[in-house]
Each structure stands twice: as C-alpha cells, then as structure tokens.
Write a protein that binds this ligand. Sequence first.
Ligand code: MF3
Ligand code: CO
Length: 250
Amino acid sequence: MAVTIKSEREIELMRESCRLLAIVHQELEQMIRPGITTKDIDVAGENLIRKLGCIPNFKNYNGYPASICVSVNDEVVHGIPTAKRVLQEGDIVSLDAGLIYKGYHSDAARTHGVGKISPEAKKLIDVTRESFFAGVKMAKAGNRLYDISNAIDAYIKPYGYGIVRDMVGHGIGTKLHEDPQIPNFAQKRRGFRLEAGMTFAIEPMINMGGWEVEWLDDDWTIVTADGSLSAHYENTVLITDGEPEILTLY
Ligand code: MF3
Ligand code: CO
C-alpha cells in the first residue's frame, strides 16, 4: 500500500473528525478520579462519540471489544475496559480513542494521573508528551519520515526511559492504519520525503524501565516486561509545507 495524499476536501473531513475526537478526550479527562472504573470511561466515551454522530473505530477492530483503550500503570496500550478495574489514587491511566466522521478516521491518546501521583510518574507523562512535540517538529514537507523517529529517540535518550518498539505510529485517513509505519526509535535510514497532505498518527509509547513488552492472555493488553510504568501520547497530524497541523489538539 502507498502513502495517501489527502485532497483539500479530505483534509477538511480529517480536521472535523479530529476536532470531534479532541472534544471526546477533553470530556474523558474530566472523569478521571479515584473510584471510577475503566468501563465507566469506555461507556462514556462510546456514548459521546455516537452523540457526536460518529462511529468508534476501535470497536470490533480485529475483534477489540471496546471503544476506548484504557491502560493502567504498567499496561502500555490496548487495555480492555472492565467494571472490575477501579482507578486508585496514584495510578496513571492511558486513554486511547478514535472515531470515524464521514468515513475519515481520527486517533489520539493521552496519559493522565489519577489524583496525586508520584513526581517520577508525572515526569514520565510529561517527557512522553514532550517527545511527541520533538518528533512532530520534524513532520513537514521536505523532511524525511524517520527524521520524526530519530527526533523522538533523541529526546527520550537522556532520560534513560525505554521506547516501545513493538508498536509504532501510522498513516491514517479512510482507514485507521494506513502506510507508513512510524517507529518511535532511531532508524538507520532517513526514509522517504514527506509531502503536504499526508496525515499521520504519531504516538510515542514510553516505559520508565526497559522497552520490552509482553502480551497478556486476553490477547490485547500489552504490559511492560519489567512491570514499570508506561505512558502514551498521540495526535493525528497533517503534513503541510509549513508547520505541521496537530489536528486532535483542542
Ligand atoms: N490507537 C491504536 C493505534 O494507534 C488503535 C487501537 S487498536 C484497537 O493503533 F484494536 F484497540 F482498536
Ligand atoms: Co494510533
């Protein structure tokens, strides 16, 4: 499959899809507090997505059973919401959400603290978000794909955190996952040249310990192999001839 270049009409639809997803994330962030369950977040998220006239794109994707991926503490991504998992003060929780608006997909993730969290956990969340911005700075026409990967890697390196390698960012548009794959760790080549009209989901997943991950028996939940905390930050981004447009930021 080739990397798609979106037309002006398609870009408008991507913008709206992403604007609506930003609203969903804002609402979900308000809910985060000790005592709620990960299922509460999924139910509220799916209801809001549908109220906005959109479709949750994660639901039934390769059999994934929910609309919002909710991953707590050492869970990296693809946690399955359940009424049994009650958020506790001091937890960190990653919310990954996406939707389809008039055939166009959006995808974004944020990690939040539950109540008061440790300074170490807060730093992991902050540095993960900052690494996205270091990467996205390179996401402009004329630069090359892996300039993004290399910038994220270089930003994380001094902190000694593990950069997850098994999952990567991706193109996005009429499908949730389009070409190309966008690793968050350094590449030996610079990759192809970026062009205006490409839309990417850039999504560093960063572990406080090592980069290695494992799959739980539910076949979805990915956890850090060493049990360390993990954070995730993702936006859908439009490549332009100038500064990138971060479409899922409120
Ligand atoms: N947001 C995830 C990604 O970037 C998609 C979740 S996979 C699903 O690839 F199966 F949960 F939908
Ligand atoms: Co994604």
